[in-house]
Ligand binder design. Structure first.
Ligand code: XMP
Length: 334
């Protein structure tokens, strides 16, 4: 048993012991709580021998890649490389409708991009060392932000969440580069990670961020993924979250997001009939996301969100609110 303050000291010491005086660590960051806290711990423990990689997969929220980059580099001092692979992802996803195929494409492409970036980092580091930079060695470890529930789940649970974790599975990398795993959060629950994050001076808004799935907006576009659909959903989602924040409701909700439905509906604008797409809004409260309740919004907030989305997002003329609990619904629509 330890307090969170003690945990930091203990874990930093453990990481330093594992990593010794030479060798580099790489890890993927998404801007989510877990990967950010894990990255910050590594940075505190071994400085820039830790290399974080963020992959922009083209299906992130509006402006997310830039925000995460700024936060991790400027505010937290993490040694970060951002790879904009959105064109590659979007071309592979173009027209794909099947949810599991979307997940597979994103998972596999992520591994390709991450591995190739890791090789580049290693090559660049070797070149610098040749030119007289301090010898910090090769990449030997892979950081993973695995939490305690993930550890348990991967041992005992073979349900849908076996696929949930596919994008985290950088298996080829472990084999080819013979990397060893470092999992500093493997004893912690989510709420403990948030406490840890605050103690490590990670800003509150980041620590309280709603979870965001690895396959991103691709699984919130119910029909075929196209660049146009991604843009529409990014705009609608951005308005939704902005209004939730303005109404001061963000922290009461466990997860909120917009979904782009694969139907068109008739509407009216001026004296013309329109035939456009439909956005569904989802907001839930939940302890652990195994079960969830739909969130009851004040009517005026919903009214503002709906009117802004239909006015500001081209191609959308109707907004609906999802009043399904989990079970029988899931949080995501795909
Ligand atoms: P569901 O839809 O299964 O969602 O009720 C429960 C939680 O898991 C997230 N989720 C995913 N996260 N990759 C992820 O990284 C996925 O494929 C995925 N599918 C669902 C979902 O956002 C919610 O927080």
């Amino acid at each position: 048993n330890w307090t969170m303050e003690e945990f930091i000291g203990k874990e930093i010491a453990r990481i330093r012991e594992i990593c010794g005086s030479k060798g580099r660590v790489i890890g993927a960051v998404s801007g989510g709580v877990d990967s950010t806290v894990a990255a910050k711990l590594m940075q505190e423990a071994i400085g820039d021998r830790f290399h974080a990689i963020m992959v922009n997969n083209g299906v992130l929220r509006l402006n997310e890649a830039q925000q995460v980059e700024e936060m991790l580099k400027q505010n937290l001092g993490v040694n970060l490389t951002v790879v904009d692979a959105s064109e590659l992802f979007l071309s592979r996803l173009d027209g794909v409708e099947d949810p599991e195929q979307k997940r597979r494409i994103i998972g596999n492409t992520f591994i390709n991009v991450f591995e190739s970036e890791a090789s580049k980092i290693e090559a660049a580091a070797a070149a610098e060392e040749q030119n007289g930079a301090e010898a910090k060695g090769k990449i030997e470890w892979l950081l993973q932000g695995t939490l305690y529930p993930d550890v348990i789940e991967s041992i005992s649970f073979k349900g849908p969440s076996a696929t949930i974790k596919t994008h985290h599975n950088v298996g080829g990398l472990l084999k080819d580069m013979k990397l060893k795993l470092i999992e500093p959060l493997r004893e912690l629950f989510k709420d403990e990670v948030r406490v840890l994050g605050r103690l490590l001076s990670i800003p509150a808004p980041l620590v309280k961020r709603h979870p965001f799935p690895g396959p991103g907006l691709a699984i919130r576009i119910l029909g075929p993924v196209t660049r146009e659909q991604v843009k529409i959903l990014q705009q609608a989602d951005h308005i939704y979250i902005e209004e939730i924040r303005k109404a001061n409701l963000y922290d009461q909700i466990s997860q909120a997001f917009a979904v782009l439905l694969p139907v068109k509906a008739v509407g009216v604008m001026g004296d013309k009939r329109t035939y456009e797409q439909v956005i569904a809004l989802r907001a839930v409260t939940s302890e652990d996301f195994m079960t969830a309740d739909w969130y009851v919004f004040p009517a005026d907030v919903l009214r503002r969100i709906s009117s802004r989305i239909t006015n500001e997002v081209n191609g959308v003329n109707r907004v609906t609110y999802d009043i399904s609990s989990k079970p029988p619904g899931t949080v995501e629509w795909l």
